[in-house]
Design a protein around this ligand. Sequence first.
Ligand code: HAM
Length: 421
Amino acid sequence: MELFAPRGTNDILPDAVGGWQYLERIVRETCERYGYREIRLPLFEHTEVFARGVGETTDIVEKEMYTFQDRSGRSLTLRPEGTAQVVRAFIEHKLYGKALPFKVYYIGPMFRYERPQKGRYRQFHQFGVEALGSASPLLDVEMIALPISLYRAAGLHEFEVHINSIGCHVCRPAYREKLTAYLSERREALCPTCLERLERNPLRVLDCKNPGCREATEGAPKSHEHLCTECHDHFSTVRAGLDAVGIRYVLNPRLVRGLDYYSRTVFELIGLDLGAQDALGGGGRYDGLVEQCGGPPTPAVGFAVGMERLLLSLEARDALRSDGRAPQVYVAALGDAARSRALEIALAMRQAGLRTELDYEDRSLKAQMRTAQRSGAQYVVILGDDELAAGRAAVRKMATGEQSEVPLTGIVQWLEGRVNG
Ligand code: HAM
């Protein structure tokens, strides 16, 4: 039987890992600069966490979850996103009793049973940021500023910021009614999926990509024009805040987001190099979610970014850097006595902090030099039986070909003083 990875998953091989490490480092540095601390949560949860948290009528819960029964018959689900589980942990550990806002970030795999294509996978990676315990519009502004500054730090400058406000439990029902009435008059133009949405989740009709639906919704009532006074003031302050810090955005009345927990501000970061799957990241407020999941009333806001899409965008702009590092030293040995000393010397170098590689096979010096060259090592230590007898090794600096005789007793210090980071 031929074995291969499941559809929609990716193996990240060592040559590609440096790009991921580069990005992960920037994520950590940026989040910590903004005062967020890392949280690490399980890859699976009780199905209820997402069914209740993300919402029964969402695409994620209806058709995209990897749900299974474990051996004792519990229903578990591989996490499709991180917000609902951060809320679960926040309530479970009574973190609402500590200093608020509770500010955390996470990096890790998420799982959704979607049709794979470029930028859309069944196991993908997100980094996400959540702040629980403040309704301040300043936090909304910070939530939008953070991924922007992260993209810039990573080398990506080509993206758009879209924002909208979808109101709260006070103003949304009336808006929803208006929208439903408007859409009901245009039923014939809607696709079958939107006809279903019309009953259960009419806001989602606004972000349907189907040309018929788009045309039908062209003049639809806009949520940001139907806000209650509190939501209106909140959104005005968010917009003024974005202007004040120089963030340019598109006010997009079609932006409603696909998860049920949102209220007030929602936003998306749209990549310009991604084709159909162009959302680099998205988020918004979820002021009602903690309470809905059994905790005390706790306003909150957050976002998540798809790491694969960010990597694709960086690659498209030739801006992807790598944290992968070549060995600093390669130890080549010729002859039996020299080979057994080679490992000892390599271990001493590693102990001293030098990235060191060596030959494990009985290969010719030429072959070892070729491997050293390919590995990118800065120096090669050449050990022959004669050198060994004299207590010395030849050390070649690969960049210049310059060769020195170095006593074995001081070779670690000699290299320590010469290699680059
Ligand atoms: P989301 O919009 O479902 O939001 O996902 C956020 C980002 O994850 C998307 O913009 C996209 O870049 C990436 N993504 C989603 N699905 C896939 C996929 N199948 N393959 C590759 N990338 C994908 C959330 O998940 C919310 N939890 C965000 C949030 C946090 N809202 C508040 N706090």
